[in-house]
Design a protein around this ligand. Structure first.
Ligand code: ASP
Ligand code: MG
Length: 404
């Protein structure tokens, strides 16, 4: 059977008009001989509304009921899609996760799919029906509703592709693919035709909000090829696949950046074992995510400076935690909210020497000062002043020939 998983994001089912439009897309695949399995998110804004309601009821809404509540939007969108397909003369039925069931494990609001019972869905497909499956939700071993984290209907689609052995998995969204960098920041940004899971993960977790990062991890582990495309315009999208399939002469695939980072520097920290741990322990206990860290080698063996970055929304809390931490002493504390992390991403850098140098030189030529540097196998990140973001991106885009 030529099974195809079609996933529609919130904006693709955001209005009645759009639902009518995507029903047409589904019918199109059916006419081409595919057996579509549709996975849908909630109509855009619905999940946020439900989250708001939970907060209005309780600042500490019980997690098991929270998942029952926030997963409710998908029931509406699935029924509407199915209703439209029936209207068009196509047999279709909605399925909530508990009706299949889709089994998950892990905590409420952050569960992962471990099994999907295929029988009922496959029987239905064989009868010519189009199943519309609620994304984002599952059940646990206690038969309670769970959710997969915000944006989790991507993961639902990937896991459906895996369990139903789909030939294709298409993620329909409101952008027409993954770009070399944010097109709103750089007009010259180009759509990436094909990208590896690893690169996409780096781009996604760095801020290219096209797909939920955990879902890309699921796709990588299960070798599911994905195509991301727009449900609004008919254009080729971006393919996400294994490294081996990505044939390209580009060293760097894309440039991502953050807009809400803050830099914290502790000047004159005592240089002794355990000091870094003492600084970060209270931060980690308060779920503050520390990103880049640099510590200088102390010249006199007594004192050093330590700099790290966090999300700017965590700055006030971090300030407090450091000030009341009596396990550490330092001479001065400096904060900077006007920083941004710019990263170049590409598997090509593994085998190509001199990429770091080219990045630094391109920035130097534009007189852009680098505050902090960090690298991984396929990514080099620099922290710069926020006001330099677009000039930095433009310089790097050109240096690594992404303009072409
Ligand atoms: N409706 C859910 C959310 O808004 C799931 C999704 O959109 O993928 O997070
Ligand atoms: Mg979404």
């Amino acid at each position: 059977m030529k099974i195809i998983v079609l996933k529609f994001g919130g904006s693709s089912v955001g209005t009645i008009e759009r639902i009518k439009k995507i029903a047409g897309i589904i019918v199109g695949y059916k006419k081409k001989g595919y057996k579509p399995i549709v996975v849908s998110s909630a109509m855009s804004g619905n999940t946020n509304d439900l989250v708001k309601k939970s907060k209005a009821i309780s600042y500490n809404f019980i997690s098991s009921e929270y998942d029952v509540l926030v997963s409710a939007g998908e029931q509406i969108s699935c029924a509407l899609i199915s209703g439209r397909l029936n209207h068009l003369g196509h047999k279709s039925q909605s399925w909530m996760s508990w009706q299949i069931p889709i089994l998950t494990k892990g905590m409420y609001s952050a569960s992962r799919i471990i099994n999907i019972n295929k029988k009922k869905i496959l029987d239905y497909i064989k009868l010519g029906g189009v199943p519309i499956i609620a994304g984002f939700q599952g059940i646990n071993t206690n038969n309670r509703i769970t959710t997969l984290g915000r944006g989790g209907s991507d993961a639902s689609a990937i896991m459906c592709a895996k369990f139903f052995k789909a030939q294709k998995c298409i993620i329909y969204t409101d952008v027409d693919g993954v770009y070399t960098t944010d097109p709103n920041t750089l007009k010259k940004a180009k759509k990436i035709k094909i990208i590896s899971y690893e690169e996409m993960l780096e781009m996604a977790s760095l801020g290219a909000k096209v797909m939920q990062p955990t879902s890309i991890q699921d796709a990588r582990l299960n070798r599911i090829d994905i195509e991301v495309k727009s449900s609004f315009v008919k254009k080729d999208g971006t393919k996400i696949t294994k490294r081996k399939n990505v044939i390209s002469n580009k060293i760097i695939r894309g440039i991502s950046f953050t807009k809400n980072d803050a830099k914290v520097t502790l000047v004159g920290v005592k240089d002794k074992p355990g000091i870094a741990a003492s600084i970060f322990e209270p931060l980690s206990k308060n779920a503050i995510n520390v990103d880049m860290v640099v510590q200088n080698i102390s010249a006199d063996g007594k004192e050093t400076d330590l700099t790290f970055t966090i999300k700017s929304e965590d700055l006030t809390k971090t300030q407090l935690l450091i000030k009341k931490n009596n396990k550490i002493s330092f001479r001065n504390l400096i904060f900077d909210k006007n920083v941004s992390k710019v990263s170049i991403v590409g598997v090509g850098m593994i085998a190509t020497p001199g990429v770091t140098y080219r990045m630094f030189k391109a920035l130097a030529k534009k007189n852009i000062n680098i505050l902090v540097i960090s690298t991984s196998e396929i990514k080099i990140s620099v922290l710069i002043n926020k006001k330099n973001i677009s000039r930095a991106i433009s310089a790097l885009h050109k240096e690594f020939k992404l303009d072409k």
